[in-house]
Write a protein that binds this ligand. Structure first.
Ligand code: ZN
Ligand code: ZN
Ligand code: FE
Length: 746
């Protein structure tokens, strides 16, 4: 009777299921439910064949998903009935390496609870060992050279496992079965300095360069004002905020306000830096002038050990690099770049295959708003809405990323920094070669920004591959459409707001209302253009933009307004700027919304010169008085002139900068709402571009759209800023190339 109830099924699991402990998970469940069969990895993911009683099979299927390892990401589970083979044993099949890998390489995973317990347990052989890991946790992307994911293809190949470790590695019932970076104090990597010495040094107020998973961090006690200030001077970074690492949520809550979703982000498996409202208990030098603080929780065993050994409860933890250079990953780079800046180096001997910075996110309405998608997320693919041939998209210039596409996967690289010099270009090339190797992908097509001077674009033009240039804001629109799953023929209305992008008319765009899809766009409206005086200087010095905007609006430059006071104090010649504007010397028209925010920030005296991208806009968002209900009005043709007149009047009438900022934000949102109503024609409205890192503006715009029942799309997987550009380039590039008659074999 029982024999009649037996069955055999074949299951296929795709998604992030390799390098995350999935096969041992399957094995343990097969033992639990007395099933015979097999499990293996192949180029598509994990395949399973199980046979047993119908009841046990259904319990197995439930548990397969319900108890999946924390780092696993099951995207698809398909089932096929097979004929019973009478198999009672369960086997794990060794990796097949033939075929094209379509599996996702796992991001680096934060130290799991079981490993944490081991390193804290004095009777465990891994007590105090900072390189402890298992199949559920540890480094992945940053140590893997190629697929399939085996120890020999990682930078752990130079360490030979001791008997104990090898035993764990070979035991299918062990948590470390096939844990490729498996190591212990007897056989694995070592630190160059003892934990006690590191902790003492931090407590003395020293600055350390500590090698981590994706590269070196500069680390010091975040509560010591003088130390943090010394770090700023050494790094020549006066105002860009430093991230702070804490031990747990409780420690995070002592420093900042943390809501439910923010807690999930902090405590989740990706461990990004989360921007939070600060409680103001850390010295201003950590995030000068800001009411926010970027916090992240511990993620490597070393971090946990530092705190349990008595390190200060809040540590500055910032990428170790000199301004403009990529994060230092190896001892030689670190010592040559950072000598003189740090008091001590902490190296280790596990090499980093590819460097990776920490990720940065905000929480918006209970959803992730990525600002920098890097460690913990990369290189996990974005699921694309349609199939693409092997294609490379090289991104922009600021916040560089590249994207490799094939099939329905878009592999977005980690954050590469500002592609402005040879070092970052080398980093870009290294990451590209690494990802090509990992995914065994040879691009047949390259997509780039049409900007004449972007290094990434120049690289693409010289690559010898068929090239499609994708207008900057079109790429922003497409990236937002793609991550929201809009198909090949979809259309949307794009509200694309950013600092700058090369426009079809060779002017600088950045406040754009676009209608279109992947095939093309129509520029329906844009912020009325004003001269951008002196290109780069106008970006770095918002006071110039303020005066350009006032001049364009036909307004005077009264001597008491902050931008004029600033110029006078610095003895900067205002008359020269006026001549420049009047005669259009070295000026180019710009419709940039980012520059409009800069200009308003300057006029309010919030910021006259910026050190990092979007600094003025960040300060303007922060200063806004949320209790203020008023608004300004743009003129017809999205003309900011009337807004400027109103602000000048308000300033003269002693209205607070907070109220003015709020009225300005609301005016932008109301105008965008009106433009959306006028142009959407039933299409969803996609909100993209770096200006949408501003959650106040995002909230106000979303509220406008909701009030009129207009569907909208926002970013949750890739940044709205130029970090998401490569994904959009990929989608547009493929469609355009195929439709213009270029054929690319899949
Ligand atoms: Zn673990
Ligand atoms: Zn060992
Ligand atoms: Fe942009």
């Amino acid at each position: 009777v029982k024999a009649a109830q037996r069955g055999r099924i074949r299951l296929r699991v795709t998604g992030g299921v390799q390098g995350v402990g999935f096969r041992p998970h399957v094995y343990r469940l097969a033992l639990r439910y007395r099933l015979g069969g097999l499990v293996g990895n192949d180029s598509e993911g994990v395949f399973i064949e199980v046979e047993g009683s119908d009841l046990d099979l259904s319990l197995f299927k439930n548990a397969l998903q319900a108890e999946a390892p924390p780092a696993a990401d099951i995207q698809r589970l398909s089932e096929q009935t097979m004929s019973v083979a009478g198999q009672t044993e369960f086997r794990i099949i060794v990796s097949e390496s033939n075929g094209i890998p379509r599996v996702a390489v796992s991001p680096d995973l934060h130290c799991c609870r079981e490993c944490r317990e081991e390193i804290a347990n004095p009777t465990n052989r891994r007590f105090g060992y900072p390189f402890t890991n298992c199949t559920n946790c540890g480094p992945r992307y940053t140590i893997i050279g190629e697929l399939p994911y085996d120890r020999a293809s990682t930078t752990m190949r130079s360490f030979t496992m001791c008997g104990d470790c090898a035993g764990e590695y070979q035991d299918p019932a062990d948590r470390r079965f096939h844990a490729q970076p498996n190591a212990c104090p007897a056989c694995g990597p070592r630190l160059s300095l003892s934990l006690t010495a590191i902790v003492e040094s931090l407590r003395r107020g020293e600055i350390l360069a500590v090698k981590g998973v994706g590269g070196y961090h500069l680390v010091c006690d975040a509560r010591r004002e003088a130390t943090v200030a010394r770090l700023r001077r050494g790094k020549n970074r006066l105002s860009k905020p430093f991230a702070v690492m804490v031990q747990d949520l409780e420690a995070a809550r002592r420093l900042a306000f943390v809501n439910q979703h923010q807690a999930e982000l902090l405590d989740g498996s990706s461990r990004p830096v989360v921007l939070l409202q600060s409680r103001g208990v850390l010295p201003d030098a950590v995030a000068p002038g800001l009411s926010t603080v970027g916090l992240m929780l511990c993620y490597t065993p070393l971090h946990y050990l530092l705190f349990s050994e008595g390190a200060p409860d809040a540590l500055v933890m910032t990428s170790a690099n000199q301004s403009g250079l990529p994060i230092a990953a190896e001892e030689r780079e670190a010592t040559s770049q950072l000598r003189g800046l740090v008091d001590r180096f902490v190296h280790h001997d596990r090499s980093i295959e590819v460097p990776c910075d920490d990720s940065v996110v905000r929480s918006f309405r209970g959803q992730t708003l990525p600002l920098r998608r890097s460690r913990g997320y990369a290189p996990f693919p974005i699921e694309l809405p349609f199939i693409v041939p092997p294609t490379l998209a090289v991104g922009g210039q600021m916040k560089g990323t590249l994207c490799l596409g094939r099939g329905k996967q878009g592999v977005l690289s980690q954050h590469l920094g500002e592609l402005e010099n040879l070092q970052t270009l080398h980093y870009f090339q290294h990451v590209m070669e690494h990802l090509k190797q990992l995914y065994q992908l040879t691009p047949r097509l390259v997509c780039a920004d049409p900007h004449p001077n972007y290094l990434s674009s120049r690289w693409a033009r010289e690559s010898g591959l068929p090239l499609v240039e994708v207008q900057h804001h079109h790429a922003h629109l497409a990236s937002c459409m793609a991550e929201n799953g809009l198909g090949r023929d979809s259309m949307a209305l794009g509200i694309i707001l950013d600092g700058s992008g090369y426009g079809e008319d060779r002017t600088v765009w950045g406040g754009e209302i676009l209608r279109g899809g992947y095939r093309g766009i129509e520029r329906l409206a844009h912020l009325k253009a004003v001269p951008l005086p002196g290109g780069d200087r106008a970006v770095k010095e918002p006071w110039r933009m303020a005066l350009s905007h006032l001049w364009s609006a036909g307004l005077e430059w009264p001597s008491e307004i902050p931008p004029v006071r600033h110029a006078n104090q610095r003895e900067l010649p205002l008359s020269a700027l006026k001549i420049q504007l009047e005669n259009q010397i070295n000026t180019v028209p710009t419709s940039s919304m980012g520059r409009l925010f800069d200009a308003v920030a300057s006029l309010l005296g919030v910021c006259q010169e910026v050190e990092y991208e979007a600094q003025a806009a960040v300060l303007l968002e922060q200063v806004a008085d949320h209790a203020e209900t008023g608004s300004y009005c743009f003129g017809p043709g999205f003309d900011p002139g009337p807004v400027w007149e109103a602000i000048i009047t308000d300033l003269a009438g002693q209205t607070s900068p907070g109220a003015i900022s709020m009225r300005f934000h609301r005016a932008v949102a109301k105008t965008l709402g009106a433009l959306a109503r006028e142009h959407h024609e039933g299409l969803p409205v996609a909100l993209s571009g770096g200006v949408f890192q501003n959650c106040l503006l995002l909230e106000l715009v979303v509220a406008e759209l909701e009030a009129h029942g207009i569907a909208f799309l926002t970013h949750r997987q890739v940044p709205p800023n130029d970090g998401g550009l490569s994904l959009g380039q990929l989608m547009v590039g493929v469609v355009r190339y195929q439709e213009e008659g270029g054929t690319v074999c899949a």
